[in-house]
Every structure is written in C-alpha cells, then in structure tokens.
Design a protein around this ligand. Structure first.
Ligand code: HEM
Ligand code: NAG
Ligand code: NAG
Ligand code: NAG
Length: 330
C-alpha cells in the first residue's frame, strides 16, 4: 500500500491530485466502527466523558474543535498536538501560536482517554488521535451542531516538535489566495475552507488577533467591520488590555454551533479579518450566501469538510502507535 504521506507527485500534478489522493488513502485507512471488535462501546464512552466536561464548561467546545484543527494541519491528525514538551524537546503545543489552544481541549482528550482505558478490554487499544476526532464530533453535537458518523483508524504520531508548526497554520491576516493555498495543501477545497471556518461559530479569540481592525493603523477601523461591532470591540478590548482577554467570535449566538457565523459575515460582523474576507471577496461570497441561507446546506457542507479534514496525514502501520498517555510519546 502506498502511504499517503509518502506520495511523490510532480509540482504540476500536485494540486490537481491532492484532493483525489486524500480520498483514496482514507478509503484504505479510515472507516466507521473501526473499534467494533476491540472496544465496541468506545463512542458512547467518549461521548459520556465529553458531555461531563461540557456540563462543567462550555469552553470545551471551541477548545476541542480548535485542537482537532491544529492537530490535523500540523503533521496530520495524529494527536501530536496533545504531546507535552520535555526538557529535551519543545512539542507542537508550545509553539508561540499555542496561546490560542485552551487547556480545556487537552483536558477533554485526557479525560476521555482515561474513561476509555478504565474499561479493561479497551485499555490502550484506542488512539488519542481517534479520541480527539470523536470528542470533536461530540462537542459540536452538544453545542447544537450536526451529529455525524466519525471515521476512525488513526494511529498516534511518533513525534511532536514546535518547529514543525511553522507555515502550517494560517494567521488571521492571510488573504483568500493564501488561505485557499494552505487548505489545498491539505486536500481541502475553497468550499471546504469556507465551511470549516464555521468552527468560529463557537469559541473565543484574544483581543490581539483582531486589534488592528479596530485601532492602530491608518486603515482602522476596518471599513468591512460593522460600526456597531467596532464600538463593542473597542469597549471589550480597550487599549493596553490584558493579552489573556478573549471575546466570543460569533457575537450573536456564541454558544450554538450554527450557520449564524455566515449570516454575521453578511452584515460585517465577522470578528477576524480572515472571517470577513470570505464575504468581501466575490470569489467566496456565493459560498457564504448559500451556507447563510440554509442550515441544512451548512450542516451538509460542514460534515463533508470536517470528515475530509480528519483524513489529513493519517498514520498507519509503522508510522504510529497507540499512546499509553496522550501527552507523552511511548
Ligand atoms: C481559515 C483559516 C483560519 C484562521 C486564519 C483561523 C484563525 C483563528 C484565530 C486567530 C483564532 C483565535 C485564537 C485565539 O486568539 O485564541 C481562532 C480560534 C478558533 N478557531 Fe480558527 N482559524 C481558521 C480556521 C479554523 C478551522 C478550519 C477551524 C475548525 C474547524 C477553526 C476553529 C477554531 C475554533 C473552535 C476557535 C476557538 C478556540 C477556543 O475557543 O478556544 N479555525 N482561529
Ligand atoms: C533527555 O536527553 C538525555 C541525554 O540525551 C537523556 O538521558 C534523557 O533520557 C532525555 N530525557 C527525556 C525526558 O527524553
Ligand atoms: C506556550 O508556549 C510558550 C513558549 O513559546 C510557553 O512559555 C507557554 O507556557 C505555552 N503556553 C501554554 C498555555 O502551553
Ligand atoms: C450592522 O449590523 C446590524 C445588525 O447588528 C445590521 O442591521 C446592519 O445592517 C449592519 N450594517 C452593515 C453596514 O452591514
């Protein structure tokens, strides 16, 4: 079998082949009910653990979804983002962009892993990468989003290095071409990218990630930002604000995983520059309009896109293992 991560393609063929390659590889590697034989109740065990965590704090939702995104985009969906640094090596999670990864996402994975391992037949049989994929699905459903069948069968990665994060994630200052190119490198289309941006329908962003849109430069406030939101944001994030202060990204329905995110973009209420440009740019606006119009279309597009995202760089065979402790390489 050709390992997905080892595919070699000419530069010209690369873009065209990426999406197809991702699909072919996943068909060989991931499937629903992967653990039916070894740990038949794994999905309900994880769901119960995530539900418990969710009842303690809603922050779980954004934190877990965000963690899955960062995991998949850096070295594939292999739980390398969950690994803690050691005195000898700085792990992915301690890259400077980590400020954005809330502790509750890690805690969700650790707790779900403990719940799985508490069942003797399941102990050390379910990967942390799959636990994160299931927990993400469960967090989205708990917040009122679509509930979908999750593909499983990922192994955990054998390494985690902060240096591998560089260039893999998008800063909110990226333009549409840069965002599209980054997602294309992961086998995701522009439509997938727009749908996945709805991750921002829940969760928080620190003031610094959008501060330039409300004050500072000659271009502030950003003319694409709704004036009423400029005032709110200026009040929530005053000059010299504590960098730990964060605000909800969907200011209308911050706790519901819905298509309000896209309706917000239509009235200039996208928080990050990278959110709002999806509507400002005429190439992605029709996708935003379609997802804003129909929650059925939104849920279908989101489920398709997050399923594709879950196939990025999946490790099998000698490329991975099942970690005994999600935060420590075996
Ligand atoms: C399109 C490119 C993207 C950019 C530029 C981007 C950027 C950001 C930024 C700057 C933040 C705030 C971080 C902070 O201040 O703590 C954030 C938060 C978040 N992002 Fe994205 N993001 C992108 C795509 C995605 C995708 C594809 C997902 C998942 C499907 C996602 C899910 C989230 C979530 C859930 C949060 C909230 C985290 C929390 O509440 O702890 N993002 N993103
Ligand atoms: C760190 O490196 C030292 C020397 O190379 C080694 O003896 C030690 O086991 C390593 N520690 C960890 C936690 O990997
Ligand atoms: C983030 O990474 C920095 C080093 O870049 C580290 O000092 C800090 O403790 C990390 N924060 C979290 C929340 O992991
Ligand atoms: C600003 O947002 C409000 C709703 O909060 C909306 O009624 C208004 O049309 C928006 N303004 C613009 C210019 O989009």
């Amino acid at each position: 079998m050709v390992a997905c991560t080892n595919l070699r393609l000419s530069a010209a063929a690369l873009l065209a082949a990426l999406a197809a390659a991702a699909t072919v590889c996943s068909a060989q590697q991931l499937r629903r009910n992967y653990y039916a034989g070894v740990c038949p109740n794994v999905e309900s065990i994880v769901r119960d653990a995530v539900t418990k965590k969710y009842r303690e704090t809603f922050i779980t939702v954004g934190a877990t979804v965000h963690l899955f995104f960062h995991d998949c985009f850096v070295e594939g969906c292999d739980a390398s983002v969950v690994v803690a640094s050691t005195p000898n090596s700085t792990a992915e999670k301690d890259h400077p962009v980590n400020l954005s990864l809330a502790g509750d996402g890690f805690d969700t994975v650790i707790r779900a892993k403990a719940a799985v391992d508490a069942v003797p037949r399941c102990r050390n049989r379910v990967s942390c990468a799959d636990i994160l994929a299931m927990a993400t699905r469960d967090a989205i459903a708990l917040a009122g989003g679509p509930s979908y069948a999750v593909e499983l069968g990922r192994l955990d990665g054998l390494s985690s290095a902060a240096t591998s994060v560089d260039g893999k994630l998008a800063p909110p200052t990226f333009d549409l071409d840069q965002l599209t190119a980054l997602f294309a490198r992961n086998g995701l289309s522009r439509a997938d990218m727009v749908a996945l941006s709805a991750g921002h329908t829940v969760g928080f962003a620190h003031c610094g990630t959008f501060a330039a849109r409300i004050r500072g430069g000659a271009a502030a406030p950003d003319p694409t930002l709704n004036r009423s939101l400029v005032e709110k944001l200026a009040a929530w994030c005053p000059d010299g604000v504590d960098p730990r202060v964060a605000v909800t990204m969907d200011v209308v329905t911050p706790r519901v995983f819905d298509n309000q995110y896209f309706r917000n973009l239509q009235v200039g209420m996208g928080l990050l520059a990278s959110d709002q440009l999806l509507y400002t740019d005429s190439r992605s606006r029709p996708i935003v309009d379609a997802l804003a119009r129909s929650s059925v279309a939104f849920e279908r597009a989101f489920v398709e896109a997050i399923t594709k995202m879950g196939r990025i760089g999946v490790k099998t065979g000698a490329q991975g293992n099942i970690r005994r402790n999600c935060a420590v390489l075996n």
